[in-house]
Design a protein around this ligand. Structure first.
Ligand SMILES: [Zn+2]
Length: 93
């Protein structure tokens, strides 16, 4: 059974279509039933739409940081810190 915090970590992969089909199905099933995760996905999707809509111009770092802050705030009930994944990947270095 997949947990909310795992979903949160995988949202960007889900949107980028980088997940195994089985995992994707499981996540979509969870999101369908879970209000928290579906609102997180909504926030994520909306933010990405925003980014895509201004893609023709480079996004200033300040704006980029703000967007991630919004995502973090919107998903903080999941108690997941963005960048956690990256940190654990670099652990063995
Ligand atoms: Zn959930």
């Amino acid at each position: 059974m997949i947990e909310c915090k795992e979903i949160c970590n995988l949202l960007s992969d889900l949107i980028d279509d980088e997940l195994e089909l089985n995992l994707e199905k499981e996540i979509r099933r969870h999101i369908y039933k879970c209000e928290k995760c579906s609102s997180s996905l909504n926030t994520f999707t909306k933010t990405l739409d925003l980014i895509h809509s201004i893609k023709s111009q480079p996004i200033p770092l300040k704006v980029h940081k703000k967007l991630w802050k919004v995502i973090y705030i919107e998903t903080r009930h999941l108690k997941v810190k963005y960048g956690q994944k990256r940190r654990s990947l670099g652990k063995h270095r």
